[in-house]
Design a protein around this ligand. Sequence first.
Ligand code: 26V
Length: 853
Amino acid sequence: MRVTELAQPAGSPATPTDEWQTSTRQVGPEFDPTNPIALGPVVAPAHTVDGFVREFLHELNTGQGVTLADSTVNDQYLALARTVRHYLMARWLESLRRTHQGCQKVVGYLSAEYLLGRQLDNNLLASDLDEIAEEGLASCGLNLSTLRTQEIEPGLGNGGLGRLAACFIDSLATLRVPAIGYGIRYEYGIFRQTFVDGRQVEQPDTWLTLGNPWEFPHPERAVRVDFGGHVEHVTDGEGNDHARWVPGWDVLGVPYNYMVPGFENGWVNTLRLWTAKATKAFDLALFNSGDYVAAVRAQTFAENITKVLYPEDTTPQGKELRLQQQYFFVACSLHDYIESLGEDFDLRDLPDRVTFQLNDTHPVIAIPELMRLLVDVHGLDWDEAWDITRRCFNYTCHTLLPEALETWPVEVLGRLLPRHLEIIFKINDAFLADIRAEYPGDEMRVRRVSIISDWPERSVRMAHLATIAAVKVNGVAELHSELLRDKVLPDFSELWPDKFTNVTNGVTPRRFIKLANPDLAALITDAIGPGWLTDLERLQELEPNAEDKDFRKAFRKIKAQNKVRLVRFLQKRDGITLPEDTLLDVMVKRLHEYKRQSLKLLHIVSLYERITTGKLDPASVTPRTFIFGAKAAPGYRLAKETMHLMNAVAATVNADPRVQGILSVAFPPNYNVTLAERYIPAADLSEQISLAGKEASGTGNMKFALNGALTIGTDDGANVEIRQRVGDANFFLFGMTEPEVAELGALGYTPAVFYESNPDLKAALDLIASGAFSEGNPYTFEPIVSNLLYHDRFMALADFESYVATQQEVDKKYADQDAWTKSAILNVARCGYFSSDRSIRDYIDRIWHVKSL
Ligand code: 26V
């Protein structure tokens, strides 16, 4: 049968006999039904357009129960996704079999967040099906790009930390490292952001309502997780103490498996996300007595645990439900991994079979949980259990802000996890005894390093617990790792200098170059040949092309096309009208004071003020379009006020004919991974303007540079390493260095000094304060103005002058398109280091010591 016979344009009746074709399924050569871990009779459909179409139609018919003619876009999307799944299935099973069979040491990545982005495109790319799918669907009268947009991205993370986890599991699979990502399947991910009168209004993220074709639920493998209650102690005949936890309540954790395919390498790892279910559907006695509401209350309570992602990304609220989430997923995951080793496994060998990476402090409760399993459940003695535990964990710190280092009140932790609190105390007692032995009489030191802090309330410092138990502790960029060692955890680094290391973050070039910017990817392949997507340092070979006029022209053309595409997309999506060919200046990241969106705003307001008052000749200004993207934690007042001001400035500037064609500002709502994939390839200028010492790494900075945007940035996080690589001539550095920040902080930062001494700054702030962006109301943005003038911990005004001066350098350079393009190409050529493949190799060499298969 020819493919064309199958093709039925949507809307016209399909011939049922044509559609009821089954895919080719044969018994694989390795199939041995008596071998329990043999690869089953699963063979991928033929890797041809014909094979693809058969499978797709089969899925429409048997999976969705519709004919092509009757199918909705959602039916088509689901069938397409399942088709792609089939292609990956044999490889997935084979990868699992090989991991299991070889008794390999596995990486268990423990993360409460995975900000995955859309799955369809990535999985099509990984399985080398993109062209086949496009052609196959076209032969059915369907358009791949339409089906693509049907997918709601799984927003199971807040920002950088969650997106990094997603890049890392992509690289682990691409490097064929046996790994499992463990996390939480939130029913509602990061909220959908809307603006009402310029203010953020949060809507629930209902990502699961139309069905999720990428997940494989396994309710039969549910794990029971206990909470609350009390602990009993008995002493045996030999005088040994035995603890028995008598829990107060429990829930079930149901695993949902996701495929994590490597890039065109036949390897597929697993991401296992847990959902909470009530252990009993309802209380039958209550139900029978007629109180239906009370009968299901327990169920609602249990299932709340994985209901929603906490949208705070820097300031932990210390909410009990959050601790429930953390313990829930960690307990499920440890149980799951240990069970997979089989009943006969000797747990003393555990460190040879797994290394758990703690992605920040969120999963640190795994440490006392493993101790509990080893001692209370498996009967090992304490010292042996501690020795094992200390060899199973590593800890990555993702922040330097002291308020983001998680602590739990002893009272809360003890109520929810009484046995774990006992274990933590015991770990702490032994540790402090060692400290006292090492530093006799130094009680100040003992207090500083203790896991338990006494002020402002008695609480457990999760970062200390992690540092004590971990083999390695790492920061996420060189500067950050240095500050972590010397300023955040100095006593620990003095104690264990070798424990501390750095692994600079990276990003996956599959999603952030190949998928996001296919034209640039094609140009690169033309220039240096294939293979660079998995060997990103090869981008160096592009360097000579910076001097090639034709290459520059092609490069510029791609950037211009990406801009046009973005502008049209935003017009259609949000009704925003933007010029197509100005310098595109993009600042996208979570909204936080330390990231200093307000500094960016001051720059825009200052340009606007100077042009409209005649201080600045509009002809001397490079026309620019400013794009913002940001979500703020719903309870973060000042961040929300800042977004309000961003929208207000956008409205005023865009409506003012005096700056028309010179300044445009847009703040499209609901910034997410999908939007990032549109902005990054189009940007000319990447804004990375945090106060030095505050942004641990940043990863957006890497994505922009790899797509040929130049960075304007402070000497912070991974900016430092980007600048080292691309060179000063290809990077716009401004602002104080971290030591300068520390010095100014020690002297006492007085914002008024900067306000009074810089007339442009004064005029910009005064303009905001005058009500120019709030219909004359001077009170609307007063909290922002007074924060910047009196309280700002992040010293925005101190860096204003240097920022504005450096922005003038940007204008100058952009006027020379040849020079700009050369620098842009050099940014691409010199940033291969920032592939997450390199980060994972560094983790393997410095921390995990696992083998790639
Ligand atoms: C801590 C906590 C504590 C519990 C409550 C919720 C919460 C949320 C976030 C944090 C710490 C901040 C984590 C984070 O997103 N850090 C970012 O990690 C990126 C990947 O390493 C890095 O590029 C960013 O610079 C860093 O801000």
